[in-house]
Design a protein around this ligand. Structure first.
Ligand code: FES
Length: 354
C-alpha cells in the first residue's frame, strides 16, 4: 500500500463507523467493529423518527394556509406575540416580530434541511446540531410555560438531537454518493464539510419549493380562522329549569369578575363532566361560562383581569370571553367550548343548564 493509499480515509470512519480489518490486535478490532455495528443499528429509530418528523414539520408549515397569515391565530405572527409574553427570550422575540414571515420561512426550511440531513446522512452532525439548537429554541418559547418541564416535547427532542450529533450517522442507509463525498482526497476536511453543507442547503431549498404548488392551489385547506360573534351570555330567568346545577353565587362572580369551578361529575351529557370551567362577568353585566380546558394542549386557562381575557399559562393562547371565547392569539385556532348558564336572580345563584 502506498503512503497516499494509507492516508486515504475510510468513508465509514468519517461517519463515525469503526474500521473493520485485522491488525496487531485483530480481535479487539473485530469487537470494536461489532459494537460499532450495534450502535449504528441502535440509532436508526431515533435517526429516522427525528428526521421524518422534522421533514414533516417543515413541510407542514410551508403548506399551511394559516402559518403565514397574520390574521390567523395559528400564524407565526400570533405565535411570536404569545412567545414574547411568556419566553425568557421575550426581548429578542419582540425585536424579531417585524420579520415574522422571514423567520417563519427560515424555521420551516431549517426543519426540512435538518430532516433531510438526518435521513440521508448528508452533513449529518451539522443537521443534528441544528436540530438540537432549534429544539432548544422551541423549548425556550413554545414549551417554556409547560409545567412540569417533562410534559413538553421540545427538551427531549433537543437531547435526542444532541445524542445524534455526538454519535454521528453510523454507516447504515447512507447513499453511496454521500459516502463518496467523504472519500474525496482533493479537498481538505474543512472544504469537504463546506461542500456537503452547501449540497444540503441546495437540496433543502429545492425540496421546500415543492410546497409552492400546494400553497398556490389551496390544497392545504381553509384558513382555520374563527369569526368572533356575540357571546352566549346569560341573563336572569324567572324559573330555573329542572336539572340545572348550581355552580356559583352571583355575588362571588360579581366581586372577582371571574369564577373558576369544576363541572360536576354528575352533570348530564353533553356537559364535559369533571372539566375545569370558568364563569366571567362581562362589561355589560351579563355572565358567560366556558370549559377552561385550553384547545391547544389541554392546560387550564385563567382569567386575566387587566386585559379582560382568558389566557393559557402553558403556551400563551388567549381567548376573548365576550366573543364566544374566540382565539386572540397563540398556538390554537379553536375557541373554548361555551357552557349554557341559567341565572337565578331570586336565589342569587348561577347554574349550569344540562
Ligand atoms: Fe398550549 Fe394552552 S395548552 S396554549
Amino acid at each position: 500500500m502506498s503512503r497516499k493509499d494509507r492516508r486515504r480515509p475510510d468513508p465509514r470512519s468519517a461517519s463515525g463507523h469503526a474500521p473493520v480489518g485485522r491488525g496487531p490486535s485483530g480481535g479487539k478490532l473485530v469487537a470494536a467493529a461489532s459494537s460499532g455495528g450495534l450502535r449504528d443499528t441502535a440509532i436508526l429509530p431515533l435517526r429516522f423518527f427525528f428526521g421524518g418528523t422534522f421533514l414533516y414539520a417543515g413541510f407542514d408549515k410551508l403548506v399551511s394556509p394559516s402559518f403565514f397569515d397574520p390574521a390567523s391565530a395559528a400564524s407565526i405572527q400570533a405565535q411570536l406575540i404569545a412567545f414574547a409574553r411568556i419566553s425568557p427570550l421575550g426581548g429578542l422575540i419582540r425585536l424579531g416580530q417585524p420579520f415574522a414571515t422571514p423567520i417563519g420561512l427560515l424555521i420551516a426550511i431549517a426543519e426540512v434541511a435538518i430532516g433531510l440531513g438526518a435521513l440521508s446522512g448528508l452533513s449529518f452532525r451539522l443537521a443534528a446540531a441544528g436540530g438540537a439548537l432549534l429544539s432548544a429554541l422551541f423549548f425556550l418559547t413554545a414549551s417554556w410555560s409547560t409545567h412540569p418541564f417533562y410534559y413538553g416535547p421540545d427538551l427531549p427532542y433537543a437531547m435526542g438531537w444532541l445524542t445524534l450529533a455526538l454519535t454521528g450517522p453510523g454507516g447504515r442507509f447512507i447513499p453511496r454518493s454521500i459516502l463518496a463525498l467523504d472519500e474525496r482526497t482533493d479537498l481538505s476536511p474543512g472544504r469537504r464539510d463546506l461542500l456537503k453543507a452547501g449540497w444540503l442547503a441546495l437540496a433543502s431549498v429545492a425540496a421546500a419549493s415543492v410546497a409552492i404548488p400546494f400553497r398556490a392551489s389551496g390544497l392545504a385547506g381553509g384558513t382555520g380562522d374563527v369569526t368572533p360573534s356575540a357571546a352566549p351570555s346569560a341573563t336572569a330567568q324567572a324559573t330555573v329549569p329542572a336539572g340545572a346545577i348550581a355552580i356559583a353565587a352571583i355575588a362571588d362572580v360579581q366581586r372577582t369578575g371571574a369564577f373558576a369551578f369544576t363541572i360536576p361529575f354528575d352533570a348530564p351529557a353533553p356537559l364535559p363532566a369533571g372539566d375545569p370551567g370558568i364563569i366571567v362577568r362581562l362589561a355589560d353585566g351579563t355572565f358567560v361560562a366556558y370549559d377552561a380546558v385550553c384547545t391547544h394542549a389541554g392546560c387550564t386557562v385563567e382569567w386575566d383581569r387587566r386585559d379582560a381575557i382568558l389566557a393559557c399559562p402553558c403556551h400563551g393562547a388567549t381567548f376573548d370571553p365576550a366573543h364566544r371565547a374566540a382565539v386572540l392569539g397563540g398556538p390554537t385556532d379553536q375557541p373554548l367550548a361555551a357552557l349554557p348558564l341559567v341565572i337565578d336572580e331570586a336565589g342569587g345563584r348561577i347554574l349550569l343548564r344540562g
